[in-house]
Each structure stands twice: as C-alpha cells, then as structure tokens.
Ligand binder design. Structure first.
Ligand SMILES: [Zn+2]
Ligand SMILES: [Zn+2]
Length: 265
C-alpha cells in the first residue's frame, strides 16, 4: 500500500514561502493498492493526483465542507479516462451525496454541471463500494465528532492498513471505538488543526489538537500517526518547532507530496 499526501492543510489553502515545505493545498490523501486507487477527500490537493488508468479509482469523502471537496472539479485527468471514477461518502446516502455535490458543482457555483458532464464520475453508496471490493479490501467507517458529521475511514489490504480520522473533535468517549478502528493500522491520519493551548478557545469547532494525537498513540496500538489538517496560518517554522516537541518518533507532522509505503512484510 502506497500512501501519498497531496494536501494537508485544513479550512483554506495557504501560499507563500512560509508554507512551501508542508504545502498549502487542502486535504487529499491517495492510497494506492493492487485492487484500487482510493482517494480520501478532494480538497485542492486533488488537482495533482494522477488518476490511475490500470485499476478502479474510488473517491471517499469524509464530509462536504469546502476544504474536502473544492479540488474535485480541477483535476485534468478526471475529464478523460477509460473507466468510471466512483465517488462515495459513508456520511450519508447515495442520493444525499449526489445532491450535495450537484449543488456545489453547478449553477451559480461552478461553470459546468460536473456530475452530468463528466460521465465517468459515478456516485455510489459506501455499502456498494464495500461490496465491489470485498474480496481484496476491507473498508470500514466510523462517525466522527464534527459540525454536520464526518466519516472516518479504514482501508485495509491483506498486509497493510491506513485509517483517516478527519475531521474530528476528539472526546475521551471515542477512545474505545477509535482504537477498534486503528489498533491494527500501520498509519493513522489525525486531525491536528489546533495546539493544546489553542484548543479551549475553539470548543465546538470540530477539530482536535496535535498533542491529543500523541496522547491517543499512547493508548492505541496503531504503529504510526500522521498529523494533518494543519491550520492555514501555521508556518513551516512553527510546524518544525512543534514536531521537535512531540517526543514520539512514531508521530509525525504530514507534508504534502510525501509518500509512505505501508507493509507488514
Ligand atoms: Zn476540514
Ligand atoms: Zn469539516
């Protein structure tokens, strides 16, 4: 399993030399497996994903906030290709997923009717995605604590597993369920929008702190943790300084264009 971060920024993209190391694009993670290319969230980083033409492509949306869908209409390889691109969200039904994307990518908000004009883009329910790939992939989900909700995902092959917990305001009551999802994961992506100092001012905003990620790792059996969904104002220098304080080498701050190979070989 090959995992590539194409965007690690939350809320809105960032640009400038202060952000060039960790990257300014909003959330998008590509997971390449033998059975499918799976992309979790289509923030602005999605424009840089080379969509596979030798295996099925599946886009899983955690939820429909702008920073998770705003790149969908801007990937040139979406407009031409040999096969369907499935798009799905475990957060809601097929019809609701279709309605949310149709509204954002049409009319006053987008120059073309994306869902009808890109015929290869096919909205399917998460249950259908699970069933299509049941032989080769275990696809799990869990409802996170976020305004309007957000879906966590677990993607596992026979020898690797990735979990994505974006966006989520962590609560102690989630520990058992989240460990159930991540205990056998090789890598978990954590919502680190805030620092521990900032967190109290942003109660109810639906995000966690980087330090909560480190504490979570002390309880989970997950092998490594990648902190993502960086606040748009958080500079490279600040993130480098925070990385030094985290203390746990298994926990790292994710950078765009960084690739991890996951295997239990
Ligand atoms: Zn977000
Ligand atoms: Zn959100």
């Amino acid at each position: 399993m090959r995992v590539t971060f194409h965007g690690v920024r939350g809320s809105i993209s960032a640009s400038g030399t202060d952000f060039s190391d960790y990257g300014g694009h909003t959330i998008c993670t590509e997971i390449m497996t033998d059975a499918a290319q799976i992309i979790i969230d289509a923030g602005s980083g999605f424009q840089n994903v080379a969509l596979a033409d030798d295996r099925p492509v599946v886009i899983l949306l955690s939820h429909f906030h702008h920073d998770h869908i705003q790149g969908l209409g801007f990937n040139p390889s979406l407009f031409a290709g040999p096969s369907d691109v499935l798009i799905s969200s475990a957060l809601c039904s097929h019809d609701a997923t279709h309605d949310h994307l149709q509204r954002y990518y049409s009319g006053r908000y987008f120059p073309i009717e994306l869902l009808s004009e890109i015929s290869r883009l096919r909205v399917v329910s998460f249950a259908e995605v699970q069933s299509i790939f049941a032989r080769d992939l275990t696809l799990e989900t869990y409802g996170l604590n976020h305004p309007g909700g957000s879906a966590a995902y677990g993607v596992a092959t026979t020898n690797a597993k990735l979990c994505c917990l974006l966006d989520n305001e962590y609560e102690a009551s989630q520990l058992e369920s989240l460990c159930g999802l991540t205990d056998d994961a090789d890598l978990t992506i954590w919502d680190g929008m805030f620092t521990a100092n900032e967190l109290p001012q942003f109660k109810g905003w639906g995000h966690s702190s980087m330090e909560q990620g480190v504490a979570f790792m002390e309880n989970s059996k997950c092998r490594r943790l990648a902190i993502a969904h960086h606040a748009p104002h958080r500079t490279d220098a600040q993130l480098n300084a925070i990385q030094k304080t985290l203390g746990d080498p298994a926990t790292f701050i994710a950078k765009a264009n960084h690739t991890e190979i996951l295997t239990r070989g």
